[in-house]
Design a protein around this ligand. Structure first.
Ligand code: FAD
Length: 440
């Protein structure tokens, strides 16, 4: 077993660090199992590392860390069912490319594809679409290596409780070795993006959600306009019309990354300029339409670093919550540089899913790295908390197990499964201790 990655780890935002006592890079399931039983023999913990894109310390490994970068690729593709099984260390970008190659695609994705597929599902990563769930809802079976080193399989019909828990398991139930994904025939999306008054967007929210496969919007606090994005499937056989390379480079790399990054730097140095800079940022986002292979429309490049919190709320609370944020954010002493992102998802049946049993709207708030964010995030948490908001497991929040039990109806079912499969806490870390509590 090669030990390639460094023991010292930090997340994408640079807000969390941890140093493992040992890093192992398993090349097969036996080596994953051996790492777990070795940890047990030494009384240590073990955690699989993803790509470190969580803003919370969910990804921290303090004893043995498993680097799964040698455990990647497609294992099997079933042409009849469309199910595709991948090794857990595979990156989402590689999954998308491999699926493209066999004429398949995932039904929905988040904003980026830099995460590993296992990291993405383990924290409940999602995109937008009122009739669709997050990536974990596209999983039809899992193979996990449990605390005693044995291999378990689970699906809706095989160990269904383990399946309901482990699809969004925070790395706390075992090391996922393979993931079987439900895929669809490859499809293209037509994207339509334009600024619209926020009041109109909220007034027409239900229609926008019902009439579009994927609806979302960005809103710069202090502004009256939102930038709406509607992505809809093109009919089979229609020829997509991607943005030209030069325009794509200019709009994504120059405007949305380089120029926006430069404005953020100015705002961080001179906070009094943040509001006018916000207006400028919103104004340069011009309308555009284009179409492309689905994952190229879902995914964008995010090179400006930020911190983020995101909560799922009942969809019908969105108007009230945004009205409250709109009233309160201008009263904060420290200005906010980044837009709020609003997405939607259908209810699902995964126990720790932010959309468990309720149609949800997601509000994600951000602040440019290095600018004060605590008061803003606290204000946000109190507003979304009043409507039973559930925090994204990979994004900043302050809730603990007692608070989360109130918000997740199946919280104690998850804890029961956890204590059955990992009674000795082999997969714990401080973040899991905080949000899940001690093992019963
Ligand atoms: C720029 C940016 C954009 C983002 N966009 C979105 C978005 O659009 N939508 C959204 O919902 N989220 C988004 N996120 C959050 C991100 O998708 C999640 O935090 C995700 O978990 C990160 O995946 P990762 O591979 O980096 O996993 P990590 O953060 O490294 O780990 C996450 C968890 O997965 C566990 N894990 C990893 N591999 C395994 C395994 N094999 N078995 C068991 N557990 C495992 C880890 O132990 C850890 O508990 C974004 C984050 C960033 C930084």
């Amino acid at each position: 077993m090669a030990g390639t990655a460094a023991p010292a780890w930090r997340n994408w935002a640079g807000t969390e660090t941890a140093t493992a006592t040992e890093v192992r890079a398993p090349r097969d399931v036996d080596e994953i199992s051996a790492a777990i039983t070795d940890a047990a023999d030494r009384g240590q913990t073990v955690r699989a590392r993803g790509s470190g894109h969580s803003f919370t310390a969910v990804g921290a490994a303090h004893d043995i860390a498993l680097d799964l970068s040698h455990w990647t690729g497609i294992v099997a593709a079933d042409e009849t069912t469309g199910e595709v099984t991948v090794r857990s260390g595979t990156g989402l970008a590689a999954v998308n490319t491999a699926l493209d190659g066999i004429g398949r695609a995932l039904a929905n994705l988040g904003d980026i594809d830099a995460q590993t597929v296992s990291g993405a599902i383990s924290t409940g990563t999602h995109g937008t679409g009122a009739r669709l769930g997050g990536i974990a809802t596209q999983v039809s079976a899992l193979e996990l290596v449990l605390a005693d080193g044995t291999v378990a399989h689970c699906s809706a019909t095989e160990r269904p409780d383990l399946f309901a828990a482990a699809r969004i398991g925070l790395g706390a139930l075992g090391v996922i070795s393979t993931i079987t994904l439900r895929t669809e025939p490859a499809f293209a999306l037509a994207a339509e993006e334009r600024p619209e008054p926020l009041d109109d967007v909220l007034a027409n929210l239900d229609t926008n959600c019902a009439e579009n496969d994927h609806f979302e919007f960005y809103w710069f606090p202090y502004g009256h306009n939102a930038l709406t994005k509607r992505n809809n499937r093109l009919p089979v056989g229609a020829q997509p019309k991607p943005l030209g390379r030069a325009r794509r480079f200019f709009e994504y790399e120059v405007v949305e990354n380089a120029a926006f990054g430069a404005l953020c730097k100015i705002g961080r140095a001179i906070p009094a300029l943040v509001r006018p800079l916000n207006k400028l940022s919103a104004a340069v986002l011009s309308p555009r339409t284009y179409s492309d292979v689905s994952h190229k429309v879902f995914v964008t490049s995010r090179r400006v670093r930020f911190v983020e919190s995101e909560y799922a709320i009942p969809r019908d609370s969105l108007g009230d919550v945004l009205t409250e944020l709109r009233a309160q954010v201008p009263r904060l002493a420290e200005p906010v540089m980044f837009p709020v992102e609003v997405r939607v998802a259908a209810r699902d049946d995964i126990w720790l899913s932010t959309a468990y049993d309720r149609d949800s709207a997601y509000l994600a708030i951000h602040q440019y790295l290095g600018m004060p964010y605590r008061a803003y995030f606290d204000l946000f948490e109190s507003i979304v908390g009043a409507v039973g908001g559930r925090p994204h497991w990979g994004k900043m929040h302050t809730l603990d197990a007692d608070a989360l039990r109130e918000r997740y109806p199946r919280f104690d079912d998850f804890r029961r499964v956890r204590s059955e499969v990992d009674p000795g806490g082999r997969f714990r870390n401080p973040y899991c201790d905080r949000v899940l509590g001690q093992i019963a």
